[in-house]
Design a protein around this ligand. Structure first.
Ligand SMILES: O=P(O)(O)OC[C@@]1(O)O[C@H](CO)[C@@H](O)[C@@H]1O
Ligand SMILES: [Mn+2]
Length: 451
């Protein structure tokens, strides 16, 4: 994979902690050390488990991993240079080439350090260094330091998940004689449920409990005003057109969902994906997750499989019915799970065509791409300090593999595609509108850049 990002002329500067007091600065100064401390505590709390499983070797490995992570936390808190990776994993060379590129871009007078470099780069780098601490210390190398938080978030959301699965089973029964307007209405509802599922992110809460309590369907009306951009109609147009009118040769196509968080958010995405198939709006769904634990609550293959198993084995009949259906989709190949290395590299999506041409080519054959969450949004627009009225397709900087839609709650201070004055109005109403997670967008861009 070519590490060197494509330089996009005319893009504004990257968000960075070099701007004291910025959200990036506060994230790196406060939240990332808190996350690292929780990771260290989690490893320490599992010391007996490591001893039971691996004997003294496990205890020694636990000590070494903690020492690695304590050193990492000190590097971060004292703004040391970003260091090359030493674990020799497949992606290490790409990460180290990216570091060299970043250093050449910043110049020798400004060493690449935590507070001097682009926020997106150093935050992704921190999660890769956490993995390095595990991978360098077998036999604890397979331990998922975020597993407890992710699985607990699912268990704490059981009531909401049950309500959502019950809704899906009722909808499924009504689909055989459903009018287009009813199907459209359901699609709009489930796009919003998937959007708001993104509030349940353990990175923004620095690992604090962040599950869904009430039924997600009950709050859609009260949350409508918080959707700043709503392109649900464009999503319907792409999918309904592909479905054809029954006479045409068109056929529904494949929808790719670039996942974000495990727990409740993943269930909202599985229900949306189930609906797309059941309503005949898609014939195949590809899910894209992370190949190792990432940003505290992002989905890995283990989380994906566990969530479907838990749902299918639930003692609530509609929750179990959904889980059984989802297992069937996977068995039949209607659904599939993928975890390309690109999603856990430091590159933003403007670099995908050059850095991961195989992945870019694969996404091009989708009818629609759904990108979940804030980090994916930041990577779509390059985590640049864009004016809020910048057209979405411009901020994508050439990333146009297929029609795409971002379902994102705002947890970082970057947002494009707003109307003139909309950002100023929001800032007057509440200064934290870009970072609290209270606002969201359903933001679409067609692949032929008409938007
Ligand atoms: O991608 P998600 O899970 O929606 O959110 C992840 C994230 O919002 O967590 C941090 C909160 O500031 C950001 O660094 C990052 O973008
Ligand atoms: Mn996430």
């Amino acid at each position: 994979m070519d590490a060197n990002p494509v330089l996009f002329q005319g893009a504004p500067p990257s968000l960075s902690a070099k701007y004291e007091g910025s959200f990036a600065y506060l994230t790196i100064r406060d939240r990332l050390p808190t996350i690292l401390t929780k990771v260290i505590d989690t490893i320490h709390r599992n010391k007996n488990k490591f001893f039971e499983e691996y004997g003294e070797e496990g205890v020694q490995a636990e000590k070494r991993a903690i020492s690695f992570l304590s050193k990492l936390r000190n590097e971060l808190q004292t703004d040391k240079r970003v260091l090359p990776l030493t674990d020799g994993q497949e992606d290490a060379e790409t990460w180290n080439s990216y570091l060299q590129y970043q250093q050449s871009h910043q110049g020798e007078l400004s060493p690449v350090s935590w507070f001097s470099s682009p926020w997106l780069y150093v935050e992704c780098y921190m999660y890769r260094r956490i993995q390095e601490a595990l991978w360098l210390n077998p036999p604890v190398n397979e331990f998922d330091v975020f597993w407890e938080g992710k699985s607990q978030s699912f268990l704490d959301s059981t009531a909401a998940i049950t309500a959502l699965c019950t809704h899906m089973e009722l909808v499924r029964r009504g689909l055989t004689h459903s009018s287009d307007s009813h199907t459209l209405d359901q699609l709009f509802k489930l796009l919003q449920v998937s959007l708001w599922g993104n509030k349940c992110d353990l990175s923004i809460s620095a690992g604090q409990e962040n599950s869904q309590k009430g039924s997600p369907l009950d709050s859609l009306d009260s949350l409508r005003a918080f959707v700043l951009v709503n392109h649900s109609k464009q999503v319907w147009s792409v999918l309904a057109a592909a479905r054809g009118d029954g006479q045409g040769q068109r056929s529904p196509g494949r929808v790719d969902i670039v996942l974000d968080n495990a727990g409740f958010e993943l269930v909202t995405d599985l229900v949306l994906a189930d609906f797309l198939i059941a309503a005949g709006l898609a014939t195949e769904i590809r899910f894209h997750g992370k190949s190792f634990p990432w940003f505290v609550s992002d989905v890995t293959a283990r989380d994906f499989e566990w969530t479907i198993l838990q749902t299918s084995a639930a003692n609530h009949k509609w929750m179990s019915a959904c889980g059984v259906q989802w297992k069937r989709y996977l068995k039949e190949g209607v659904w599939s799970y993928h975890d390309h290395a690109f999603w856990t590299l430091p590159h933003d999506f403007g670099d995908m065509a050059s850095s991961a041409p195989d992945l870019y080519a694969s996404l091009r054959s989708a009818r629609l791409l759904l990108f979940k969450g804030d980090l994916n949004y930041r990577k779509l627009v390059g985590d640049r300090d864009w004016p809020h009225t910048t057209p979405f397709h411009l901020a994508l900087r050439g990333f146009h593999p297929a029609p795409l839609c971002s379902l994102r709650t705002l947890k970082a201070n970057v947002q494009v595609g707003l109307e003139a004055g909309q950002g100023e109005e929001l800032s007057t109403a509440t200064s934290t509108w870009m970072t609290s997670g209270s606002y969201g967008v359903i933001q679409f861009c067609s692949s032929d850049r008409e938007q």
